[in-house]
Design a binder for this molecule. Sequence first.
Ligand code: CA2
Length: 143
Amino acid sequence: MILVLNGPNLNLLGTREPEVYGTFTLEDLENQVEAWAAELGTAVTLRQSNYEGQLIEWIQQAAAEGFGGIVLNPAALTHYSYALFDAVQAQPLPVVEVHISNIHAREEFRRRSVTAPAAAGVIAGLGALGYKYALSYLVEKIR
Ligand code: CA2
């Protein structure tokens, strides 16, 4: 069972900046991720929050909830949240950090991820497909 977490403002997907984030909504993304999970023979739980503390609590509790891995798009928290870094670092599950856009091809402040060093790996710039590849990695890793 894999936990998929999306951070602040990702509930706004599909409402603007389609050239950066595509035209899909969060609901479209979540439906697509569920379909990919079914193809991979795994179950997913999808959550989104605009609150750093909520994401931290979900990460802290994930192993006890029975998840085997986490796909995490920390959104803008990526670039400054040492609290999120600590939460990822302090828990035992493999975490794949995913970004829809190529954060290295955008503003300077997006090029740094403070959370990435605590992750097993990072996928950026592949759009929604990044979630599929992250799931695929975790299914292999957890098996
Ligand atoms: O590319 C990604 O997935 C990001 O994590 C998305 C974050 C951004 O702060 C990161 O630098 C990169 C932002 C998500 C906000 O998405 C919106 C989409 C449409 C309209 C408004 C916000």
